[in-house]
Ligand binder design. Structure first.
Ligand code: ATP
Ligand code: MG
Length: 245
């Protein structure tokens, strides 16, 4: 039984005849931040979705605190509460304020009481510099603000691990920074995180470990200083030449 916070063992995933993940092994320690980099189609999003069991895996196993969460038949509700995920498209409900979006799932799923929950949600908005916007509706917020609300919405479930899939990819460049600041803050607070990203500068700055994916495997992994300055594998070198030029 693996001892890490999160462990993947020989994870395979196919969509029809497309063998997308071809044996992923990974151990993530509590408080670690991992950045997944790699070309489009290399399997980064699929890997994140297989971690919190949005996609069932075909072979291998995924372990959370020593429990096999990929076991068929397991109740996935608790797993998905413990592993939050935020996507590129933030999908806030347009007819609800930011605050209402954030308290929706905790009220329904955690059955938290209204006043205590509102106070906790307001503290989250405060913590991430959005207190003045929490009564606004999504169309009154910028893309960056909406994405920060989406992060707060995930955090409101008190996850132990957060997965982020290209959460700045749809934003105008001037809004990317405020979303990356949220991730900086979460990292400083010790959140365990996996982030699929095309923001190489950010991966270099904040990741404890960078995993380069190609063809459904982790081709090379290491601290960002090594991966970006001294990649050992030819495929990593070729990828970085195209994205860092
Ligand atoms: N739900 C799905 N059904 C069928 N094929 C899928 C599905 N999700 C992903 N795929 C396929 O799996 C492969 C990997 O896709 P994935 O989205 O994981 O790549 P990615 O590394 O996240 O790419 P990007 O950088 O563009 O986000 C692609 O060939 C994609 O078409
Ligand atoms: Mg993707």
């Amino acid at each position: 039984m693996p001892e890490a916070k999160l462990s993947l063992r020989s994870v395979h995933k196919s969509f029809g005849g497309n063998h997308v993940l071809r044996g992923i092994d990974m151990d993530v320690a509590t408080g670690e931040m991992i950045c997944l980099i790699g070309a489009s189609g290399s399997g980064k999003s699929t890997l994140l979705r297989c971690i919190n069991q949005l996609e069932p895996i075909d072979d291998g196993s995924v372990w959370l605190d020593g429990q096999d969460i990929s076991e068929p038949g397991l109740d996935l509700g608790p797993v998905r509460r413990r592993i939050g995920i935020v996507f590129q498209s933030y999908n806030l409900f347009p007819h609800m304020s930011a605050l209402e979006n954030v308290v929706l799932a905790p009220r329904r799923v955690l059955q938290e009481d209204g006043d205590a929950l509102n106070a906790r949600a307001e503290a989250l908005f405060d913590r991430f510099g959005l207190a003045q916007h929490m009564r606004k509706y999504p169309d009154q917020l910028s893309g960056g603000q909406q994405q920060r609300v989406a992060v707060i919405r995930a955090l409101a479930m008190r996850p132990e691990i957060m997965l982020f899939d290209e959460i700045t990819a749809a934003l105008d460049p001037e809004l990317v920074g405020e979303v990356l600041n949220v991730l900086r803050q979460l990292r400083a607070e010790g959140m365990t995180m996996l982030l699929a990203t095309h923001e190489m500068g950010f991966a270099r700055e904040l990741a404890d470990r960078v995993c380069f994916m190609d063809g459904g495997v982790i081709v090379e992994e290491g601290p960002p200083g090594q991966i970006f300055s001294d990649p050992k594998v030819a495929r990593t070198q070729a990828f970085l030449r195209t994205v860092l030029r």
